[in-house]
Unconditional design. Structure first.
Length: 797
């Protein structure tokens, strides 16, 4: 049976032209877009978007421009992939041999070569060639079921013929694509809307001679929230909300109120209040080195007599314009501000804090965090969190020193956190440091005698290091103190030896802010069920010019949810043979955090695929938090690059994601050698909040029987119903045996397990003889669609 080429091309067989269904213009069959209106003859599922295109340009026009841009480039691979859909079919409609060793994609009708597992145009999995969303293959002999079909009709276990069966469950397919534009274009309409709202509020205040009161962030306990941290003091019950002119400050009437006093912003202008938000204030203090960063935050940078301010912050990976008033919570009676204060009667500090509080729901939601979150929200730039206990840095502190120095030389912003759990609170107090506290990292200096010194600042403006190289230390050598403190002592600023820094501090956060870099921000959703092919996505990016790039995956509402989800993002080269994932180019750690980030990388011209993982919602009954709306995890993928990157979101299949995960584990996991050469066991637990076990059977005709016996384990979620499992993996198949995910990020996890591997011909009684088993291939059974999509054996390419 030949593909329905007329459906694909809409070509009149008696003519060398085709009529545009939109404007009726006759176009040559050798062009794919209407010359008049830009109507595209390529299936609508195929979308490649120029991130620099205007948001008001029609999608078809954008596609045509993108195609012309690609044609001008040297990327012949991309050109051929796009244009041969028309060239080959138009020339071979009557040529039966052309369709030999090819398959037609059921989504976009593209004719793919036999070697391709994934459609070159829409990324559709070839396994859906005959198996639709409510069909599967079943073996009548051993009852094996599979959703995969790659040209084979025999059971991979017993080699009997398989039949197509239908299931009552029907999954609605969604073939739409999401177009990704540069973030300036994405936020253009939002900015226009914000300006209109601001102007309406301003006009109303002027007309009625009143100050603006923001009813969306009311002057009530709801906006304060609740905090019981005794270290910072309980929030008073009697609170009054006051405007700047009504507030009593230490500076009194020495200064008139202003958003910014002058261009010489000082870290000492920031004074922490009762909130435990040093993570945010320490990042804010570092940003005083770059006044351009802080001024970009303020859409309204001048003092507003009506109290209307608009600030732009990158909340959970997406830029937001936030409108607030200038009423601040104060102590009743003294009229002093309860939370952060801007010295010299400056408003930029409390206004930014209030915008943060509004974005996350209340002031109390700002308690506890990492400087990396603050940097990300203030700058939108990728921020790397480095744990000082990392094996690599423990073995060679020089590597960490070089990274810090090079980051300072590049103009990056740096914060750090103290909180070594092996050191007592008393010891921290003895040396003048605060445990579980965020500091600003100001400088890294090598003295004349080779001693490595770090310069830090406590956002409180007091409680500083009091040992070697402190202000009152008796061992200062000539010139060293002036080198480190050229302007003399500063409030909260201190120096300490690098070795002591590594002892008392647990992490540093490097904000890689770069001028003139480009950004793409793509909204995504966590797919907690890989069988739901309408939600499973991948991002295809096209590089036309060699570029540096960094990728960040954010989870939304990270401060509002009961628990964080695990996140990981991986970038693959596109395999030119299969059209699926190829070599791993870069990947982030798998962490329970607000966001994860890859290392900086250099991307050559070509096509790349991005996969993202989160297994928290695959957790079983051990999961403590309820699966309600507040726990739903939406994502933002931000791509930062020195050159323009073209991106589009494509549908993916469970097989695509199984391939992605297996390639990652084989490349960067640990291969555990077994006594059987044809069974390969891979485990990934480094830089990961959990453990993933993947097994490959490379035998030609025997099954691999893998028995997993789990001993003690705690603080872990699992994707399988039972911790201990017994699985049969057919020849030339791989299987993800287990995925364990850390449940509580502040506590360590423990897992003890062993694998027993056998290689033998398939026997359906080996597993089914277990009285608790109702399957010939897996115990516990993985009949559940979501489990099958993740854990079912899949063919090795």
């Amino acid at each position: 049976m030949y593909p329905n080429s007329n459906k694909l091309l809409n070509i009149h067989n008696d003519s060398n032209s085709w009529a545009c269904p939109k404007c009726t213009l006759l176009n040559s069959i050798h062009v794919y877009a209407c010359d008049a209106c830009g109507y595209n003859q390529i299936p609508p599922n195929m979308t490649i978007v120029n991130v620099e295109s205007s948001p008001y340009r029609s999608p078809l026009s954008s596609f045509s421009s993108m195609l012309r841009s690609i044609k001008k480039s040297t990327s012949n691979v991309i050109i051929n992939n796009i244009t041969k859909i028309q060239r080959d079919l138009s020339l071979n409609l009557e040529n039966e041999e052309f369709f030999v060793n090819k398959w037609e994609c059921k989504k976009c009708d593209f004719i793919n070569d036999e070697s391709k597992i994934f459609c070159e145009i829409c990324n559709n999995d070839r396994s859906s060639l005959y198996i639709t969303s409510n069909e599967y293959m079943i073996c009548g002999n051993c009852n094996y079921k599979t959703i995969f079909y790659i040209g084979k009709k025999n059971c991979p276990y017993c080699f009997n013929k398989m039949n197509i069966m239908k299931d009552e469950i029907v999954i609605e397919l969604n073939n739409s694509f999401i177009n990704c534009l540069e973030y300036e274009s994405l936020t253009l309409e939002q900015s226009r809307h914000t300006r209109n709202v601001y102007q309406n509020i301003y006009n109303d205040c002027v007309q009625n001679n009143v100050s603006f009161i923001d009813d969306s962030f009311p002057h009530s306990k709801r906006s304060i929230g609740t905090t019981d941290d005794p270290f910072y003091g309980k929030i008073p019950k009697d609170i009054v909300w006051l405007r700047p002119a009504q507030i009593f400050t230490k500076d009194g009437s020495s200064y008139r109120w202003a958003v910014f006093r002058d261009t010489n912003l000082l870290a000492t202008d920031i004074e922490q209040g009762l909130l435990g938000n040093c993570w945010f204030l320490s990042a804010l203090a570092v940003c005083t080195e770059r006044i351009d960063i802080l001024k970009k935050i303020f859409v309204t940078p001048n003092y507003q007599h009506n109290g209307i301010y608009v600030l732009s912050l990158c909340i959970d990976g997406m830029w937001q314009n936030i409108i607030i008033d200038d009423f601040f919570p104060c102590f009743k009676g003294s009229n002093r501000q309860i939370f952060a204060v801007g010295r010299r009667n400056q408003l930029w500090v409390p206004l930014i804090e209030k915008a943060f509080a509004k974005a996350y729901g209340s002031y109390a939601m700002l308690s506890a965090g990492m400087s990396a979150e603050g940097f990300s929200a203030l700058t939108g730039a990728p921020t790397q969190h480095i744990t000082l206990k990392d094996e690599m840095y423990l073995e060679c502190s020089d590597m960490l020193w070089v990274k810090i120095v090079s980051s300072k030389e590049a103009g990056f912003l740096i914060g750090c956190s103290a909180g070594n759990q092996d050191i007592s609170d008393v010891e921290y107090m003895r040396v003048g440091l605060q445990k579980l506290h965020g500091y600003s990292f100001l400088d890294a200096v090598t003295l004349y005698d080779g001693t490595k010194i770090v310069k830090l600042r406590n956002p409180w403006g007091k409680f500083v290091w009091n040992k070697e190289y402190s202000d009152n230390w008796k061992g200062w050598k000539n010139g060293d103190k002036h080198l480190l403190f050229p302007k003399g002592p500063e409030a909260g600023v201190f120096c300490m030896p690098f070795y002591a820094f590594c002892k008392y501090f647990t992490s540093i956060e490097i904000c890689k802010i770069r001028n003139h870099w480009k950004e793409i921000r793509i909204p995504l959703k966590v797919c907690n069920d890989w069988s739901n092919i309408s939600q499973l996505k991948t991002i295809k990016i096209i590089i036309l010019e060699e570029t540096e790039a960094t990728f960040v995956l954010h989870q939304t509402n990270s401060r509002s949810k009961n628990s964080l989800h695990d996140l990981q993002v991986v970038i693959f080269e596109e395999n030119p043979v299969t059209g699926g994932p190829g070599n791993v180019v870069a990947y982030s750690d798998r962490n329970l955090s607000a966001f994860v980030v890859t290392e900086d990388m250099f991307l050559k011209k070509g096509i790349y695929l991005i996969a993202y993982f989160s297994f928290y919602e695959y957790g079983n009954e051990l999961k403590t938090s309820k699966n309600n709306d507040i726990d739903k995890c939406d994502l933002i993928l931000s791509i930062h690059s020195s050159k323009t990157i073209h991106a589009s979101v494509l549908p993916a299949s469970s097989y695509f994601y199984q391939r992605c995960l297996s390639i990652l584990i084989k490349t960067h996991g640990k291969c555990e050698h077994t006594s059987i050469s044809n069974i390969m066991v891979y485990k990934m637990n480094q830089h990961s909040c959990g453990i993933i076990t993947y097994v490959e059977n490379i035998s030609k005709n025997k099954c691999a029987y893998i028995e997993c016996n789990v001993g003690s384990n705690n603080n872990l979620l699992r994707t399988r119903i039972d911790a201990s499992t017994f699985d049969a993996i057919p020849p030339f198949h791989g299987m993800i045996i287990h995925i364990f995910t850390q449940m509580e990020p502040t506590q360590s996890y423990q897992l003890e397990y062993s694998l027993i591997c056998q290689l033998r011909y398939f026997d359906k009684d080996i597993i089914s003889k277990n009285p608790r088993s109702n399957s010939n291939q897996n115990f516990p059974n993985i009949e559940n669609f979501s489990l099958k999509a993740l854990h079912a054996p899949f063919p090795i390419i």
